[in-house]
Design a protein around this ligand. Structure first.
Ligand SMILES: Nc1ncnc2c1ncn2[C@@H]1O[C@H](COP(=O)(O)OP(=O)(O)OP(=O)(O)O)[C@@H](O)[C@H]1O
Length: 305
């Protein structure tokens, strides 16, 4: 439904591309997290889907349409299929909750009857029926974000783009927003969410596309924010050459943090330093791995979620 085909984007005056040969496909009804460091290109991906940016090279295809072939006159029609929410809500301050949502339909030329039916329905979905007469300044941040989501989906778009929607919210409120987004996704809208929120991504275990310096470095069907990386010594030192390798601290840590049933995998990189070799007393059946001397391999260590 959303297809990036070798998309590169270099902004005018920039030395490095914001997107560098990006290829992926998102299917109808999927929920996808876009993660990556600041400046890695997440918002640029979203802006391409919204037709606010155009690739320097490659093609973006959404809902069966090659976006490069949509004339500027047709862009507003195309955007009816794509809702968008931002970190800073962007509500109209002088309109009530109801009016903010209704306004989105009014500009699309919907009739009063259609508006009167659709607005209460979507306010119910986001849990704001009882606050429909309030103004934005009379709402909490989480409530304002729910209004923004209601406004973005009131026209039942096939796609909802969310750029850091929980960025201004505390963890509890962020979870409430996620629950609203899940509900909208269950109703058939594909959700593409750019985020730095580690806990949310780790809790949801949804598809994760990771960008780094404009390139896709990871695309996992059920991912976490940061996959574990543990160093491992190659067993080629003179004392062990030709015999079975002894267990290293790295291997011990890998065994501790790996939890394949919860989707946690551990990649092990080879290093040449011999400093991580386990003392002999730990080289048996692994019982001693609970020894606190193993430092960050203990409970609560990164990756021992
Ligand atoms: N309009 C623009 N003109 C020039 N450079 C831009 C423009 N928009 C984005 N960039 C550059 O493109 C790169 C990617 O930016 P983008 O906003 O997509 O990153 P991001 O991953 O969304 O970052 P963040 O997590 O901070 O929001 C950055 O180097 C940024 O400076």
């Amino acid at each position: 439904m959303i297809r990036f085909d070798h998309v590169s984007k270099t902004f005018r005056g920039q030395k490095y591309p914001a997107l560098d040969d990006v290829t992926f496909e998102i299917l109808r009804g999927e929920f996808v997290f876009l993660v990556g460091p600041s400046g890695s290109g997440k918002s640029t991906v979203l802006r391409h889907i919204l037709l606010e940016d155009h690739p320097t090279e490659g093609h973006v295809n959404v809902l069966g349409q090659d976006l490069s072939k949509i004339s500027s006159r047709k862009v507003p029609y195309y955007r009816r299929n794509v809702g968008m929410v931002f970190q800073d809500f962007r509500l109209l301050a002088n309109k009530t909750v109801y009016e903010n949502v209704a306004y989105a339909l009014k500009v699309l030329g919907r009739s009063r009857a259609q508006i009167r039916q659709a607005v209460p329905e979507v306010l119910k979905t986001v849990g704001l029926v009882d606050k429909q007469r309030r103004f934005p300044h009379e709402l909490s941040g989480g409530e304002q974000q729910r209004v923004a989501i209601a406004r973005a989906v009131v026209n039942k778009p096939a796609i909802l783009l969310a750029d850091e929607p929980t960025g201004n919210l505390d963890p509890t409120t962020s979870r409430e927003i996620m629950s609203v987004l899940r509900r909208i996704n269950r109703n058939g809208t594909a959700v593409v969410m750019a985020t730095h929120d580690v806990s949310i991504v780790d809790e949801e275990r949804k598809r994760v596309i990771e960008l780094d310096a404009g390139s896709i470095v990871r695309d996992e069907a059920s991912g976490v924010y940061t996959p574990e990386i543990v160093k491992y010594e190659a067993p080629e030192s003179p004392e062990t050459a030709g015999s079975a390798p002894r267990k290293t601290i790295a291997e011990a840590m890998a065994a501790r943090v790996a939890a394949p049933d919860r989707g946690v995998t551990v990649s092990i990189e080879e290093v040449s330093s011999p400093t991580s070799r386990l003392p002999d007393e730990f080289h048996d059946d692994g019982e001693d791995l609970d020894n606190p001397n193993l430092g960050n391999a203990g409970p609560g260590a990164k990756g021992a979620r």
